[in-house]
Design a protein around this ligand. Structure first.
Ligand code: UDX
Length: 436
């Protein structure tokens, strides 16, 4: 099929390359011309395992093209996928301006029937607004005949950063929200080669499914973090508790890792947007308010733990391992690590930081006084404490005797419980995890 994807962020680019791999002809469109030029030269705009290789492969097959010229590629489009950002607005609501701008350019340029698929995470009711926008722009330019032939479907994307390609090809389910059996069949065919059950439902249910999934997972994380806080006060160990409850099939083992709370470009934004949407509809979604509060408190708890142990942060030399919001990504959006580094710096700590992928992005937002180094051991040299803020597996491979020799004080504050099973006390470290 001929596909146009508007937006080349995580969802748009991964979906575009994934669909190209399945044999479709894909045109990826973005208004950011420099991004399009870089993509055209085979340079992905962000780090994601396997993405660079897939980009080169698909460019070699000729199945994917990159352009800023939407009019040109719409001419052949059978399916138009909207995957633009929906960043948080001033009150936590989703900002839909990119989406509506894209809808307008479809309305202005499309000359034949097509299915418009919304993959961006959007509040319930947005898909209907998008199709209304497209049709009214078409009518304004005298194409009343065409406007009923353009259909809408909501196909939310559940991929995670760090395993985006794998998730795209092997989703737990493919949700297709549409009004019509024929659209469902076409979109089912679009996903031929992708594993996972297909679920047909209304557009509204599909929109809500995405928010519900993210809000539920965020709730699970806040819940286990609350248990961690109780464990610290009662002598329990959250790792044992998580293992025990995770084996209960009704609960499941995933998203029960206690730590610094959730971050990234999705959970914080989507939990707030769902709470805000509920509010607009006259419903106070109290549970989500508690989830957000617990998540904010988790960072604060960690900060206080470090501060009370070191007594005074001013002039203390601290090593930081990890800046990304989670491992396997260079994304620092709403990263607990960045937030904590900023707070520690504001209290006068001297910070030496290392991250395998996220240092270029972090340099843009962190103060100049923070030192960036090339290895975990370089960060630890002369440090009075080491803070682990992102769960990069490579940190587990460090030589503990070398680390011990490098540090002035052998204190480790592990915000991700990454080293909790390694019994670092036996090497002479003072180890502080979360909830253990
Ligand atoms: C999330 C959803 O998982 C995905 O389905 C959706 O499409 C986009 O949002 P992502 O933001 O890439 O994906 O990361 P995810 O792996 O879900 O982690 C989100 C945050 O929660 C990270 O900060 C991570 O460190 C944290 N987390 C995750 C925990 O603190 N504990 C856990 O057990 C799991």
């Amino acid at each position: 099929m001929n596909i146009v994807i508007i937006g080349t962020g995580y969802v748009g680019l991964v979906s575009g390359l994934g669909l190209a791999k399945l044999g479709h002809r894909v045109a990826c469109v973005d208004t950011d011309e420099s991004k399009i030029q870089r993509l055209d030269m085979g340079e992905p705009p962000f780090f994601e395992p396997g993405l660079s290789e897939l980009l080169h492969d698909m460019q070699n097959t000729g199945h994917v093209v990159f352009t800023s010229n939407i009019a040109e590629v719409l001419a052949d489009a059978e399916i138009i996928i909207l995957a633009v950002g929906t960043p948080p607005g001033r009150n936590g609501e989703a900002d839909l301006s990119y989406l509506f701008t894209a809808a307008e350019s479809i309305g202005q340029n499309l000359e034949h029937e097509a299915i418009v698929v919304v993959k961006s995470t959007v509040p319930v009711g947005t898909n209907r607004q998008v199709i209304d926008r497209i049709r009214s722009v078409m009518k304004e330019r005298g194409r009343d005949d065409l406007s009923p032939l353009v259909q809408i479907a909501s196909v939310p994307e559940f991929l995670r950063e760090g395993s985006a390609l794998q998730d795209f090809m092997n989703p737990d389910r493919v949700v297709i929200g549409c009004d019509d059996e024929i659209i469902f069949m076409i979109l089912d065919r679009l996903h031929d080669g992708i594993n996972g059950p297909r679920l047909m439902m209304s557009v509204e249910s599909a929109e809500l499914s995405k928010y519900a999934a993210n809000a539920f997972l965020a709730t699970k994380i806040s819940f286990i973090n609350e248990i961690a806080n109780i464990a610290e006060r009662t002598g329990g160990n959250v790792l044992d508790v998580a293992k025990s409850i995770g084996l209960d099939k009704r609960i499941g083992p995933h998203f029960l890792k206690a730590g610094l709370g959730y971050g990234g470009s999705c959970f914080p934004k989507d939990v707030s947007a769902l709470r805000q949407l509920a509010g607009v509809k006259g419903y106070d979604f109290k549970l989500l308010s508690a989830v957000i509060e617990a998540n904010n408190r988790q960072r604060e708890n960690f900060f206080k733990k470090v501060e009370s142990n070191l007594v005074n942060l001013k002039g203390r030399k601290l090593a930081v391992w990890g800046l990304a919001f989670k491992n396997n990504t260079d994304d620092i959006r709403d990263s607990a690590a960045i937030d904590l580094v900023q707070r520690l710096y504001a209290r006068g700590a001297e910070l030496v930081v290392y991250d395998p992928e996220a240092m270029a992005n972090a340099r843009r937002v962190l103060p100049d006084g923070i030192e960036f180094v090339a290895t975990p051991i370089d960060a630890a040299r002369g440090a009075e404490a080491l803070l682990i803020l992102t769960e990069w597996p490579e940190f587990r491979g460090v030589s503990w005797p070398t680390l011990l020799d490098s540090m002035v004080e052998p204190k480790i504050f592990d915000g991700r419980n990454l080293l909790a099973d390694l019994d670092l006390a036996k090497w002479g470290f003072e180890y502080h995890g979360v909830g253990i």
